[in-house]
Design a protein around this ligand. Sequence first.
Ligand code: SIN
Length: 493
Amino acid sequence: MKRYLNYINGEWVESASGRFAVNTNPATGEVLGEVTQSTREDVDRAVQAAKQAQKSWRLVPAPERAEILYKVGELLKERKEELAQILTQEMGKVIEEARGEVQEAIDMAYYMAGEGRRLFGDTVPSELRNKFAMSVRVPVGIAGFITPWNFPIAIISWKSLPALVSGNAIVWKPASETPFIAAEFVRIYEQAGLPKGLMNLVYGSGSVVGNAIVDHPEIDLISFTGSNEVGRQINERAGGMLKRTSLEMGGKNAVTVLEDADLDLAVNGIIWSAYGTSGQRCTACSRIIVHEAVKDELERRLLERIAQLKLGNGLDESVDVGPVINRSSLEKIDEYVKIGLDEGAKLLCGGRIVTEDGLEKGNFYAPTLFTDVKPDMRIAREEIFGPVASIIPVKSLEEAIEVNNSVEFGLSSSIFTRDINRAFQAMQDLDTGIVYVNAGTTGAEIHLPFGGTKGTGNGHRDSGVAALDVYTEWKSIYVDYSGKLQRAQIDNY
Ligand code: SIN
């Protein structure tokens, strides 16, 4: 059986715990390998290696640091198909989406490599004569990453590439469900020539390894993507130590369909964002807010399309919807369907664990659609993270926006309309970090900020140039070449 070990200070090492956890393919139940389970001591070793490595890395010119990122991009490109296959086997998403995810990491590598020659600060006039003023970005130090399984290569690329180009070192705990793709990503850094100690991978549970990263006094910042519940705990623990925390904690994203929408386009957008990745995207559409004038027609067209979706192993190119990540996720989704029925929502299709057609060994849930859902029902407010969408009828754009904004989360939203005025009204009033017009709620591009408002985040963003704000401190520098003491705010007035 394949064994996966920690990567600390440039060496692949087993944890002294001697414990291993098995990893399985969510589509087939097949055991893929076993993974070392680390302790607080392993995290500390990783931090010491990171600390040592960062001392010299911070002094390497950013364009030189970026050369390694270009190499990372090239290696990812060369291995794109192989990485996509590993990703699908381990995480379950269909192969086309897995290829798209690897592409996201490639794009991010090249984009952030470009930042090596920018990393802009400001030069501004001083209020005094013969004095120069500027601000520059400097690295924060050691970044602790805790990442999820749903985008196991894209999300670590959003975090690690800006961190490294800015001169930081990393200690990373990937999700327990996707250890192998994590190892491959680290191997790419290794092959690209990243100096040892800058990227450290520590496998294990959130309660041991995750907490050890959050609590470690020498880790300067935490970047986390995952549930709101865990994010809040991290914020409390790390906040008490005055650490910077960048949190992305999910969504309850809605597509709004107005009565003038192109319904075929809206159906395409909904199917892709509600059932793609089996609904396991932070940006997945789980609410469909529809004008009552087109509700029946939209339902009819959606049901027609859902009936055509093929469930199965994501490695099969003809499959549209893969498995969900594990048994407990499957049970949670099923539990939400029962909650929806108890609350009085009308089930239009799905609503069951699929155990036939050779799918019984995997974690398959039938694409599910509820209608006549009220905005205050739990299925319309809580993140289900599975292929379940709820239709909420409304009477106007104003009501749609109110319903959209009524939930705890604020990651992504979308509106389908042909009316430019109403589209702009929605862009202005939808309270989410990402807004789409005439497209579904998924499909973020790496050069724009990714993150959200309210319970989705704490004001920081992954990816885009905004990511640099997470991984750098501002340093303001004044150079006085007047040869005398000049007192700001005093000598010039
Ligand atoms: C995500 O939801 O985490 C992925 C980004 C996207 O597809 O919009």
